[in-house]
Design a protein around this ligand. Structure first.
Ligand SMILES: C[S@@+](CC[C@H](N)C(=O)[O-])C[C@H]1O[C@@H](n2cnc3c(N)ncnc32)[C@H](O)[C@@H]1O
Length: 228
C-alpha cells in the first residue's frame, strides 16, 4: 500500500485529504475530513467518554490508522484546550511520506500557528517511541499492523479508522473486532465511521454492545460499541 499512488483532494469543508485510486478509498469523507473526524472521534468518542467518566486521568486512546494525523491533531488540541490529560497511542502500517503531508498544506487550513503547535509535532515525533508533547498530551506512535499488535495495557477508547471493508476486509472481521475488544477496559468504547451490519454483528459476537448513531455529513449512520 505504501507504494500505491496517492492524490491530494480538498474535501467539502476545505480540509485536505488523500485519495488512493487503486483502493478507491479516501482517507476521510469527501463531505469534510475535519468535520467527519471531529464528529465521529471527538464528539461521539472522546466527549462521550468524558461525559460518562469525567475524572479519567489520563484518558487512554488507541487509534488504528494514524494516516495524516488528523484525529491525533484534533485530540491533542482538545486535550490542551480542555486541560484533559490524554495518552494517545496510534498505529500505522504504512506511514505517509513527509513530502506528501507538506504538500497537503494543513498550515493553510488550520493556520500556521495552530499547525505548528499541534500538527507538526505529531509528525516530528519518533516512531516506536512515546513523547510527552505537553503536560496534557502523551503521544505514542507505532509503525505496526493492528493485526499483529499487542499491548500489556488496555484503553478507554479505540478510534477505529482503518480503510473500509471493501478495501481492507481483514480489519473488519470478527477476529479483528475480538482483538479490539480485548484491548478495551471494561466500559471502554470503540468508535468508527463505519456502519456496516456485518461489522456490528462482529462487534456483538466479540462481546461488545454496539449502537448505531446518526453519521457525519454524507453518511446516514456510524457505529459505537461499549465493552460491558
Ligand atoms: C482511513 S485512513 C486513516 C485516516 C487517519 N486516521 C487520518 O486522520 O488521516 C486508514 C489508515 O489506516 C492505515 N492502515 C491500513 N492497514 C493498517 C493496519 N493493518 N494496521 C494499522 N494501520 C493500518 C492506512 O495506511 C491508513 O493510514
Amino acid at each position: 500500500m505504501q507504494t500505491k499512488s496517492k492524490e491530494i483532494i480538498a474535501t467539502a469543508d476545505g480540509s485536505p485529504s488523500i485519495y488512493v485510486p487503486e483502493l478507491k478509498e479516501t482517507y476521510h469523507s469527501r463531505h469534510g475530513a475535519q468535520t467527519e473526524s471531529t464528529y465521529v472521534f471527538i464528539e461521539k468518542g472522546l466527549q462521550y467518554w468524558l461525559e460518562k467518566n469525567p475524572n479519567t486521568d489520563p484518558v487512554r486512546i488507541l487509534e488504528v490508522g494514524f494516516g495524516t494525523g488528523l484525529n491525533a491533531f484534533l485530540t491533542y488540541a482538545y486535550a490542551q484546550e480542555n486541560q484533559k490529560p490524554i495518552f494517545y497511542e496510534t498505529l500505522e502500517k504504512f506511514p505517509l511520506d513527509i513530502n506528501l503531508l507538506q504538500a497537503m498544506d494543513f498550515d493553510a487550513f488550520f493556520g500556521s500557528e495552530v499547525s505548528q503547535q499541534y500538527f507538526w509535532p505529531l509528525h516530528q515525533s519518533a516512531w516506536q517511541a512515546t513523547s510527552k508533547l505537553d503536560s496534557f498530551f502523551e503521544f505514542s506512535k507505532r509503525e505496526d499492523d493492528f493485526l499483529n499488535y499487542s499491548s500489556s495495557q488496555t484503553f478507554d477508547l479505540i478510534f477505529y479508522d482503518a480503510f473500509g471493508a471493501h478495501a481492507q476486509p481483514d480489519l473488519w472481521t470478527e477476529e479483528a473486532m475480538s482483538k479490539a475488544a480485548s484491548l478495551l477496559r471494561p466500559d471502554g468504547v470503540w468508535v468508527s465511521y463505519c456502519a456496516k451490519g456485518s461489522v456490528r454483528r462482529a462487534l456483538e459476537a466479540s462481546g461488545l454492545v454496539a449502537e448505531r448513531l446518526p453519521g457525519p455529513p454524507g453518511k446516514r449512520e456510524m457505529l459505537r460499541a461499549t465493552k460491558p
